[in-house]
Design a protein around this ligand. Structure first.
Ligand SMILES: [Mn+2]
Length: 471
């Protein structure tokens, strides 16, 4: 049903006249459906249950400016509201459960910052009732007083969290009043579990984010062939995805050349690219609030050195093995184990680890070069919500049983530090990670990012095509 609702929107935005994904959003019915599912969960907790959801606070930058405003993902998932200073109340006992508290219209401010919803806009956006601040403060206070159980979904607004805590659990004596009967519940896990299984409309939005990101990666590979600085490569990605409709990146772009490829969350992207250097780029566009998360590593010369190629092929083999573990009923952690066995054996074959393969694997020596987990959920957040179902001893991944509709990354990597004194110098400073975005399907998985090649020779051909291109 939701797909049918989305179809006209998609037809409109995918028309030949309008390439890209500028301004796309999921329809109101999507958010209403999510609210209905959360309300059903709230009802299960018993009568007197009130859900309280808070928007992302505005965060300072410098010189009195603020960071670009991006709504809190839980709040967005349940309301579709993109405005700051908003509160959503979900009264599980009421036939009209959804109240939105929003900023009042303000012509002077709106001249500077653009239009505000106001009460009228909030009702149009799906609220059953809408109240504007400052009156809305009273509405909130009364709702918190009346509720027996407050389920709070608020990740980043500390003053608001304290306000709710004070209302439910006042400091000092309350002179025998009934506050001790009230219960405050952290509702984030409830929402996180709802978000874990993606609906068809969400998968389409994720595909848009991935498609834009694939174009960005291809542009970056080509640009790198003639780039003298990492910034030119990051810029090729970011410029491309922005022009395709990504207002935001899902996370800060990582474009590290040479030894910087071994810095997992390399933040600078401003160092020279040495001749023949391998470059690792981990970058994802956010489209309609959903993000991609893709990593490739490639030789900026267009040809892998022998050592770069050996590490690359090993990581690719590990990634393929991990992907083969993705299907309903399998455990999330299985892919990690499969990939690590391949990396461990391969490192012995290459002479980077010494000893008997079985013993090396058991000793976990490979953790010197394979230093992170290889999968996380993906959606509105790059590290999306939902439990991993307990942790293994090394906390690298969880025991969750995979189900159709889950979206996850598969991203093994190997990093030979530049100061690894006990390996031959030719290996030092090589970092390779390969990361793709997969949706679990009824009988396996679909790789949303399979349009971006992974084979070493295909990657080389793309980079070389950038050598021929005019700057
Ligand atoms: Mn990732």
């Amino acid at each position: 049903m939701r797909l049918a609702l989305l179809a006209p929107l998609l037809a409109l935005t995918l028309g030949a006249q309008a390439p890209g994904h500028h301004g796309v959003r999921l329809p109101q019915a999507f958010f209403a459906g999510n609210r209905a599912r959360l309300l059903a969960e709230l009802k299960k907790l018993g009568p007197g249950t009130l859900g309280v959801l808070k928007s992302m606070p505005e965060l300072p930058r410098n010189g009195g400016d603020t960071q670009p405003y991006r709504q809190d993902s839980d709040f967005y998932y349940l309301t579709g509201i993109e405005e700051a200073r908003s509160v959503a109340l979900l009264d599980a006992d009421s036939p009209k459960p959804y109240t939105l508290l929003v900023q009042p219209r303000d012509p002077k401010r709106e001249t500077y910052d653009g239009p505000l919803l106001g009460a009228e806009g909030a009702l149009k956006a799906g609220a059953d009732q809408a109240v504007v601040f400052p009156e809305a403060a009273k509405t909130l206070k009364e709702a918190l007083q009346k509720a027996q159980r407050v389920v709070l979904v608020c990740t980043y607004d500390e003053p608001f969290r304290k306000e709710v805590l004070d209302a439910v659990y006042p400091v000092g004596t309350d002179n025998g009043h009934a506050s001790y009967k009230k219960i405050l519940v952290d509702g984030r896990n409830l929402v996180g579990e709802l978000r874990l299984i993606k609906q068809p409309a969400e998968l389409e939005m994720l595909q848009r984010a991935v498609d834009a990101s694939v174009a960005g990666h291809l542009a970056a590979m080509r640009a790198s062939a003639r780039a003298s600085n990492e910034g030119e490569v990051a810029g090729a990605f970011e410029g491309t995805v922005r022009s395709l409709g990504a207002r935001f990146l899902g996370y800060e772009t990582i474009a590290g050349a040479g030894p910087n490829s071994c810095v997992l969350h390399y933040p600078n992207n401003d160092q020279p690219v040495a001749k023949g250097a391998l470059l690792l780029m981990d970058a994802g566009a956010e489209v309609g609030y959903y993000t991609a998360d893709i990593t490739r590593a490639w030789p900026t010369s267009g040809t892998f050195s022998k050592e770069q190629r050996a590490i690359y092929d090993l990581v690719l083999k590990a990634q393929n093995a991990a992907m083969a573990c993705i299907r309903p009923g399998r455990i999330h952690h299985e892919g990690y184990d499969a990939a690590m066995r391949i990396l461990s054996d391969g490192l012995v074959d290459l002479g980077l680890l010494k000893g008997d393969k079985e013993q090396v694997y058991k000793s976990r020596d490979w953790k010197r070069y394979s230093i992170h987990g290889i999968s996380h959920w993906l959606g509105l957040d790059v590290h999306d919500t939902g439990s991993y179902g307990g942790f293994t001893e090394d906390k690298s991944a969880g025991l969750r049983v995979l189900e159709a509709g889950m979206v996850l990354t598969v991203e093994p990597g190997l990093y030979i530090p530049k100061d690894a004194k006990d390996v031959e110098p030719r290996w030092r400073g090589i970092g390779v990670r390969l990361e793709d975005d997969l949706v679990v399907t009824a009988d396996g998985y679909r790789n949303l990012s399979d349009k971006l090649p992974r084979g070493a020779e295909e990657i080389e051909a793309i980079v070389k095509s950038g050598l021929k291109a005019k700057k």
